[in-house]
Write a protein that binds this ligand. Structure first.
Ligand code: F6R
Length: 612
């Protein structure tokens, strides 16, 4: 979604703003704009459609001097992708300027009222209304920017991460947040405000997160945070320990490929210090405090969106089989609206790489309001879900830059396996089985390495199948969600139609699609559902469908019936999804590269979906 950076300090703002917004490019956007103000209040403004590089071209040879400014990358919601709709937006007098991430739900009525008061609008966005509203309040009541902003915010319904300046009030940025992420990067004689920590890491690692319905007054020397009643709020500086290298491609052509190949390491990082092999258990520091409450859980909801939902679905199977807790994976955007009936002993686990996904966050809030214990499996430290859940487990995999999620998925499954161990051992999971799971989990990073060593084979398969326009992904039990994830990966970066279903469902309709032009990728490992998957392959072959099978190392039988086979090492059935998804990630990647597509920036997608 939209990216925001604001700078106020003693250095030239332009390079800092551009560097910051470029580091947010991975989030997905369609246009951008920048405003720099000098000490006399002179404005330098540029906007462009498309890449940040277009914006940079516009700025070349222009004098953008000043140590105070804002920049924005827009992901269109209200109004087309045009320069006029790109942020920053301003009031009638061109004194008040702002950038916004979120949606102002009551913008239409506010706009109509402001039009009646003589305001003149230049864009079709919901955002512009905020600038005029502040102008109106300032004028009507004779207020300064810092006095007018909270009054304006009280009139706004919707979500916002906002950074506002008034060129008549030098070196002051007002930042405000409601549901859209915003943080202050604390510097020396300078401060940076941004929607994502990636924008500030090259300048500072000290971060203060704003909470919902708070605003901050930010100057080079200082910042203060208030609630909307203008009462001061105390804050805490957090240190971000992400390695800056993680935000560079380091020789890989795309972030997606780099992140696929980083999975042995990211899995090590997620598991580090958390496996108690001899005790057949897991040590999850973030849950220690509520250990006794967890013992009493009777039912679990695992909530996520997209890839995180598929990880939740794997978790559902694990937790039911080994911890014997009734568990239900839920899609964030559905959960909130289906009016869930909570019972005593329920807990909700929100699974989210970014920790900012609006639908998942809404599910957390719904559960909290009903007094349900909420937990998070989150990657981004200090993100909204991390802060708003009662307890949780961090993924520790560093930033995931590629829009298509890969390393976050495998890490989420690994953490769900740890959670299964922990909750299982609190219940009836035997020491022997606990040890087995812990041992197999500890071997997972090296098994992932083995799978990755087959990248060339998978590249060749992508080549062989590049002409097909439809794919069916099939899997059963633990590998059903992996089939869905494989299809999602192919769709989102290759724009090829793909469907993931439980193999057993094929006969109930989808098999009608199968012919020689509709290949299937079948996850058919030697596990508890092996024979059933073999039957499904036979059924496809009987209809001239091509089959790529993912199979267990050494399985000769499958070679005779499938057209192509990718062999994977053996592990516990519940952990197989971690290995099984890797060839599917690589297949989607190579497929998209062959089509010449922009793998890291798939069309219409944003990395962190902060609007509903
Ligand atoms: C797909 C993808 C998305 C995300 C989903 C949830 O590759 O990246 O489906 O998994 O938007 O995002 P998080 O995990 O940040 O809540």
């Amino acid at each position: 979604m939209c990216g925001i950076v604001g700078y106020v300090g003693k250095r030239e703002a332009l390079p800092i703003l551009l560097d910051g917004i470029k580091n947010l490019e991975y989030r997905g956007y369609d246009s951008a704009g920048i405003l720099v103000v000098d000490s006399k209040g002179k404005l330098s403004l540029a906007k462009s459609v498309g890449k940040i590089s277009n914006l940079e071209k516009k700025i070349t040879n222009q004098n953008f001097s000043g140590s105070w400014g804002i920049v924005h990358s827009r992901w269109a919601t209200h109004g087309g992708v045009t320069e006029a709709n790109a942020h920053p937006h301003c009031d009638c007098s061109k004194n008040i300027w702002l950038v916004h991430n979120g949606i102002i739900e009551n913008f239409q009525e506010l706009k109509e009222a402001l039009l009646k008061r003589g305001h003149h609008f230049r864009s079709q966005t919901d955002t512009e209304v905020i600038a005029h509203l502040i102008e109106e309040i300032k004028k009507e009541k004779g207020l300064s920017l810092k006095e007018a902003v909270p009054l304006a915010l009280k009139k706004i319904q919707g979500t916002y991460g906002l950074v506002i300046l008034d060129r008549r009030e030098p070196h002051l940025l007002v930042a405000a947040r409601n549901f859209s992420p915003l943080l202050i990067g604390v510097g020396n004689q300078e401060n940076i405000v941004a929607s994502d920590v990636a924008a500030i890491l090259s300048h500072t690692r000290k971060v203060v997160y704003l909470n919902d319905r708070e605003y901050a007054l930010i100057t080079p020397q200082d910042f203060e945070i208030f609630n909307l009643d203008s009462q001061p709020i105390s804050w805490r500086v957090q240190e971000i320990d992400w390695d800056l290298k993680a935000a560079k491609k380091e020789g890989f052509p795309h972030f997606m490929l780099k992140e696929i190949f980083s999975q042995p390491q990211s899995l090590e990082d997620s598991l580090r210090g958390r496996l108690l092999i001899e005790e057949g258990n897991a040590k999850l520091g973030g849950l220690e405090r509520i250990k006794e409450t967890l013992r009493k859980i009777n039912r679990l909801y695992l909530v996520g969106c997209g890839t995180a939902y598929f990880a939740a679905k794997v978790g559902e199977y694990m937790l039911e089989e080994y911890a014997q807790i009734p568990t239900k994976a839920e899609i964030g955007s559905e959960f909130r609206y289906k009016k869930p009936v909570f019972l005593k002993g329920d807990a909700l686990v929100a699974i989210s790489q970014s920790g900012e996904t609006a639908d998942t966050l809404a599910a957390v809030r719904e559960a909290k309001e009903k007094g349900v214990l909420t937990l998070g499996i989150v990657n981004v430290v200090g993100s909204s879900i991390a802060r708003q859940t009662d307890a949780g487990v961090y993924q520790h995999i560093g930033p995931e830059i590629s829009v298509a999620s890969t390393k976050a998925f495998t890490s989420q499954i690994a953490i769900l396996a740890l959670l299964t161990l922990f909750l299982g051992r609190q219940r009836n999971l035997s020491l022997v089985m606990g040890k087995r799971i812990a041992q197999e989990l500890s071997k997972i990073p090296s098994l992932v390495k083995k799978v990755l060593s087959q990248a060339d084979l998978i590249k060749n398969l992508a080549n062989k199948y590049a002409g097909y326009k439809n794919f069916l992904f099939l899997g059963r039990k633990y590998n059903f969600p992996v089939a869905c994830e494989g299809a999602l990966k192919l769709k989102e970066i290759s724009y090829v139609h793909a469907e993931g279903i439980g193999s057993g469902e094929m006969k109930h309709g989808t098999i009608a699609m199968i012919d020689k032009n509709f290949p299937s990728i079948v996850l058919a490992f030697q596990d508890s559902v092996y024979e059933k998957n073999l039957s499904n392959i036979q059924e496809i072959k009987a209809r001239q469908g091509k089959v790529i099978a993912l199979a267990t190392q050494g399985d000769k039988k499958i070679k005779k019936i499938a057209d192509d086979v990718i062999y994977l090492p053996k592990t516990l059935e519940m952990l197989m999804p971690i290995l099984a998804v890797i060839p599917l990630q690589l297949f989607a990647y190579y497929f998209a590269v062959l089509k010449g597509l922009d793998v890291d920036h798939p069309r219409n997608l944003a990395k962190s979906v902060t609007v509903e």
